[in-house]
Design a binder for this molecule. Sequence first.
Ligand SMILES: C[S@@+](CC[C@H](N)C(=O)[O-])C[C@H]1O[C@@H](n2cnc3c(N)ncnc32)[C@H](O)[C@@H]1O
Length: 506
Amino acid sequence: MLVDFRPHTRLRGSRPVDIGATVVPVLEALSDSPVDLGKVRVVADWVQYRENFRGVVDLRPILHVPAARGPAGTVPVPMGTREDDLEIAVDVRRSADVPLRELAAERLRERSDHVVLEDWGRGSESCIWDFNALYWSALELWEKASGQGYEQALPGGESDARNTDAARELVDELFAVWDRLAEARALPEELYVVELGVGNGGQAKVFLDTFRERDRDRGTGYYRRLHYLMCDYSQHVLDLARETVSEHLDHVSAFALDAVRPLTALGFLQFKVFLVYVSNVYDNLPTDEVAHLGGRTYCVETRAYLPAEAAAELAAELSAGVDELPGLVHKLLRLGPGLLPEAVPQHVPDVDRAVAFWRRTWEALRLEERYVPLAGLDTYALSDPTVRNGDAAETSLGGELLGPLLQSGADLRMHVSNGAVTSFVESLKLLHPYGTLVCHDLFVTEVEGYRTHFRGPGKYDGSVVNWVNGPLLAHVGRRHGFDIRYERFRHRSGGNIVTMSAQVGD
Ligand SMILES: C[S@@+](CC[C@H](N)C(=O)[O-])C[C@H]1O[C@@H](n2cnc3c(N)ncnc32)[C@H](O)[C@@H]1O
């Protein structure tokens, strides 16, 4: 048996985690069970997000063949691998507060009666991303019910995107590049800046105000030539942002687009954009997880479900049977809380009730996980090719890119950040040769960071958060000829936000 206690830094300090109380009862429950102890891993994490998709104790089957995804037995098994059958995951932040041995024993005996909402699939395909998109499109209804704005759920309670010192630095750097180009008579007439995932437009306003003021002081006339493109997939968010930047509307356009695929709508700007700005968005884009365990490589498949007790309560509130819940949840995701009452008035008579159903479902939502072996990283597509004008676009990234990070020997589970990587690569194609991409986000900057800390998914209000795989983005960026830098966000002490910048390499 292998016991992997990841948050080892929490074993010291003023309130150390007590392994005897948080992990040992799970081992005791295991030894009482019929499970083959030679084929089990116990993994302890500190799940830092109060709202998340995990139980205190979760069971994750480790498959030996790629279930239903190909003929059985097609995965070659490297020599010397450990072939475990089962992983037991324990959240040590919560496990001392429950009767852990009984809970683990129950999970090991369990014939599950929870309500499954979807089939097994890659993490990026889960319906949690439909919940995420719904949150941003119906934000107004959620915020009205919760009584708080989305920024209050961000780390530090407000977005670093609105930091004026950071905006001034960014604008000055941009002006320095433009001054040099102007001197060489190489500055284009139109000066493009793109922001992906604009939220309430707070950052856009700070940037535009600062830009106009600095430009006025310097008398360079750049503001007159500026085109600021605000992009988001939520029309509601774009409307909010337009209102926030109302003073600058002559210089601003709003684009409804998927940040994962910015080229789809912005292809006409290829090589023309001087700044692509992204803040707190990459951690909000769909991602898979992959793992290297005992010498084999796996994809972590997930399946969303509602625990039996929560499902019974929800069904009672809706005057519905428990078996009707998956259908109602998928209707909610398709229609949104505004239209749901029209489709199922017998269960959801008005919008307030629809919002309550949405919020309760989200709160209760959990993810089951299992490890499914990959025949090889080349069989795993990190991003699918987009077909545009009949041609497959270039932005198709193969799983081999993960090799240097994932297959270093030791056991590791990490995010692939599929949405972020695809968005990043497409954004690099927008950049002018002297352009920069600047991104503030939650980045894991060393692979080692995946061995010791839980990196998501967590829940921020109604949205999903996963830390972004920084080493992978850097690797991909360098392969595209860019210099990639990470540094702690300089304009606020404390906090986990890191600034990534990408520029064409020398
Ligand atoms: C956490 S907010 C960040 C807002 C702002 N940049 C900030 O830092 O305060 C995430 C924003 O990204 C947008 N977003 C999330 N996924 C997106 C996607 N796939 N395509 C476009 N926008 C997306 C959301 O609608 C929301 O406006």
